[in-house]
Design a protein around this ligand. Structure first.
Ligand SMILES: [Zn+2]
Length: 290
């Protein structure tokens, strides 16, 4: 009899714990954006309020992105609903082949900028072999779970583009959730930033800026920062990287403007939670707090 009571109590405790976990889990209507510490490169994971997963770039050609996805996602999660690739350099697409091996990917958005290096072509073949739909980016808004992805650049097809530096063919989009905007610029350098300034300030302004080209001084001009007017900037760069990213000059420029910055080489993976009004890091409110 005692055993039965004990068993019933144990079952009750397990069920109650499971229910409370589930209510907490379901009740958290927040967007989570994690800038992943994948070494020298870019990779950011976006988890929508209803657990859709969007990966922006996949870091360099090693397993770093798999390690960080494993740490970020629940162990049963084996799906990435959407991959957005900024441009065809291997510190951005390199890790995506491993992602396609481990996860089922819903679709990949990339630009039609022509780039014929064997590694990039092999990556495209991998996507095709796995029957992962490839969607060429164009100026449009896509909404996932109330999160708006406003694709800004390319303005038009880049299939016949004369752009010499692929960094300046980077796909640029702004994510908006409620009152909070994040601008993702890939490896945009001054040339592309200048091009972007042709569109309205209202379309570019954002509380958070993922710095172009790993915080290099080829990017983040005064004019661009004036227009985007961020409160927080993120540099995605590898520890002790040989390029000197992020540039101390750019970090000083941000500081002068009172823009807070985080960098993956020193801060590790940067996880931001956004409730539509405020941004939280490690449970502390950092933007839109009142
Ligand atoms: Zn890069």
């Amino acid at each position: 009899m005692k055993i039965k009571e004990g068993t019933a109590a144990a079952i009750f405790i397990i069920v109650a714990a499971w229910l409370s976990f589930w209510f907490l889990y379901e009740g958290e209507q927040r967007l989570e954006v994690s800038f992943l510490d994948i070494g020298q490169g870019d990779a950011a994971l976006i988890e929508t309020p209803n657990n859709k997963t969007i990966l922006v770039d996949g870091g360099p050609p090693d397993k770093a992105v798999l390690r960080e996805l494993g740490r970020s996602l629940p162990f049963w999660q084996r799906r990435i609903d959407l991959v957005i690739l900024s441009h065809p350099h291997d510190d951005h697409f390199g890790g995506l082949t491993a992602v396609a091996e481990r996860y089922s990917i819903g679709a990949v958005i990339l630009s039609d900028f022509p780039y014929n290096t064997p590694p990039y072509q092999e990556f495209i073949v991998t996507l095709k072999n796995k029957k992962i739909p490839i969607v060429y980016a164009k100026q449009e808004d896509i909404t996932v779970d109330g999160v708006i992805f406003n694709f800004i650049f390319p303005f038009d097809s880049l299939a016949e583009s004369k752009i010499e530096n692929p960094n300046n063919a980077s796909l640029v989009f702004r994510l908006s959730y409620g009152e909070v905007d994040i601008l993702f610029t890939g490896d945009a350098e001054t040339e592309l930033e200048t091009e972007l300034l042709k569109i309205s300030k209202a379309e570019l302004s954002a509380e958070i800026l993922k710095l172009g080209h790993h915080g290099s001084d080829t990017s983040s001009t005064e004019a661009f920062l004036d227009t985007v007017n961020p409160e927080l900037a993120i540099a995605s760069a590898g520890n002790d990287n040989s390029y000197g990213h992020p540039s101390p000059r750019i970090l000083r420029r941000l500081e002068r403007r009172g823009i807070k910055s985080y960098r993956t080489d020193q801060d590790g993976t940067i996880r931001l939670k956004i409730d539509g009004r405020s941004v939280f890091k490690n449970k502390a409110c950092i933007i839109g707090c009142s």
